[in-house]
Design a protein around this ligand. Structure first.
Ligand SMILES: *[C@@H]1O[C@H](CO)[C@@H](O)[C@H](O)[C@H]1NC(C)=O
Ligand SMILES: *[C@@H]1O[C@H](CO)[C@@H](O)[C@H](O)[C@H]1NC(C)=O
Ligand SMILES: *[C@@H]1O[C@H](CO)[C@@H](O)[C@H](O)[C@H]1NC(C)=O
Ligand SMILES: *[C@@H]1O[C@H](CO)[C@@H](O)[C@H](O)[C@H]1NC(C)=O
Length: 420
């Protein structure tokens, strides 16, 4: 009874959240822009990594929000250095690719960092603002199904039929690759379609999450109907049973289907001997999967300024360590931004690093929600400011240059990355 009541409260607070007029800001037209071009110039073979680094769950920065902002703007040749990248294949072969940047305009003309009322306390929508998505239909369908788990213990997001995005620190500590990355695998939640699997009762717990970020109801109904039809086909079951199955969308519990990773790409900016304290700006990596995953993936977008984002709000789903086996979803407002980072106080526990931060928008006259990945969740940070410990969460923004780089990694060709 208690948790039903709690779910009700969550629903109420969500509803009031929605009726505060935030919905109005959800109308937003996604702009695509001409991208700077990143072109591979030289490749060098490096010796195979040692794969000896220990994984890090939290990043302890010595450089806080203010400190980070005081770095001088990088020059074009700095950027060409930071955006050069390493590729490590599953056989241990390691390559460094140097890049040239074309058509880039300095940050002068783009976004200077701005401050948004920094909240010193976590934004709380109850005791913990995270929702466990336990309804298997939602867990295994878009958008929640784009969240992945790494065998090394972080999260990530599907960004192409064969690629996933995650945080660099999940794979590399700045000096060497993390132990578990040698045989890295990616877990995607699937429902085992084995007959006679134990059926779970529909869970009420996830309703809050569903309410905030749900694909159009029509879609889900259609899919449910389809799956019911499939099951009542030849050799199937009689009417009474398929009636029962309306409340669930498959048999069996969702579980991870693991796929090997073929290669890993990390920008050189992440290696601490290259950028030092600035490395956090480059805490992202792309994984190429050995085989296609067949799930719907989420598109990348260049992160708009916070005030332009619908409700200034971001969403992300991940596999947090404190809730094993659960897909955890939350949304919150960005409290501060710099050219390369977002700062926020979304509740997140270790394990959530690497998840895709997305925004959700509804374009005028369009029925469907549009979602774009605008950042990569780096993690929780502690930092000392005037002798006081402060904590906040950091996400790496997808800037035009980072978009161009990730696009190049996915397509292998900058000609396909003119617009973003
Ligand atoms: C990071 O800092 C926090 C707070 O000072 C501390 O509790 C934690 O142990 C540190 N973690 C690491 C990995 O140094
Ligand atoms: C390792 O794999 C890469 C990519 O598949 C290939 O180009 C390279 O020749 C391989 N190296 C060895 C030593 O087998
Ligand atoms: C950036 O701004 C500084 C100072 O306002 C100026 O000196 C510099 O030329 C500008 N750089 C570019 C590339 O516009
Ligand atoms: C439908 O299946 C149930 C359970 O297997 C069975 O008890 C019932 O007799 C079946 N009804 C028909 C019409 O076949």
């Amino acid at each position: 009874m208690d948790h039903v009541y709690a779910a009700f409260i969550v629903l109420l607070s969500l509803t009031s959240h929605l009726t505060r007029g935030d919905d109005v800001h959800d109308d937003y037209i996604w702009q695509t822009n001409k991208l700077p071009k990143i072109v591979n110039s030289h490749t060098f073979h490096l010796k195979s990594p040692d794969f000896q680094a220990d994984p890090r769950l939290e990043l302890n920065g010595t450089c806080g929000i203010e400190c980070q902002k005081n770095f001088p703007n990088p020059t074009l040749s700095d950027l060409e250095d930071y955006l050069s990248y390493e590729t490590v294949f599953e056989n241990g072969t390691r390559i460094l690719t140097k890049v040239n940047i074309q058509g880039w305009r300095s940050r002068n003309e783009t976004v200077p960092s701005t401050k948004h009322s920094l909240r010193r306390k976590r934004q709380v929508y109850g005791t913990d603002s995270r929702f466990s998505i336990s309804d298997k239909h939602f867990m295994t369908n878009y958008p929640f199904s784009t969240a992945i788990k790494l065998s090394s213990g972080c999260s990530g997001i599907l960004i192409s039929p064969k690629h996933a995005l995650t945080a660099a620190h999940c794979l590399h500590d700045g000096k060497d690759y993390v132990k578990d990355t040698k045989k890295l695998r990616v877990g995607i939640l699937k429902i085992r379609s084995k007959r006679g699997g134990k059926r779970r009762k529909g869970s009420k717990k996830s309703r809050g999450g569903e309410r905030e970020d749900m694909d159009s109801q029509k879609d889900s109904k259609k899919q449910r109907r389809k799956s019911i039809q499939k099951r009542s086909a030849p050799g199937g079951r009689n009417g009474t049973e398929s009636q029962n199955e309306k409340s669930s969308s498959g048999s069996g519990k969702p579980s991870f289907q693991w796929t090997r990773v073929k290669s890993i790409q990390i920008p050189k900016g992440w290696f601490t001997d290259v950028t030092g304290k600035l490395a956090i700006d480059y805490d992202y990596a792309v994984l190429e999967l050995k085989r296609q995953h067949k799930k719907k993936y989420m598109e990348l977008g260049i992160s708009p300024k916070v005030e332009k984002m619908p409700g200034s709000r971001v969403h992300f789903s991940s596999f947090d360590d404190d809730r094993p086996g659960q897909l955890v979803y939350r949304f919150c407002s960005i409290s501060e931004e710099s050219g390369d980072l977002f700062y926020q106080y979304c509740d997140a526990e270790p394990g959530s690093s690497g998840s895709g931060i997305y925004i959700r928008l509804k374009e005028p006259n369009k029925k469907k929600w549009k979602r774009k990945i605008v950042g990569i969740y780096s993690g929780h940070q502690w930092v000392e400011v005037n002798g006081e410990q402060q904590d906040y969460n950091v996400a790496v923004r997808i800037t035009p240059l980072k978009y161009a780089q990730i696009c190049l990694w996915i397509h292998g060709n900058s000609a396909d990355c003119a617009q973003g």
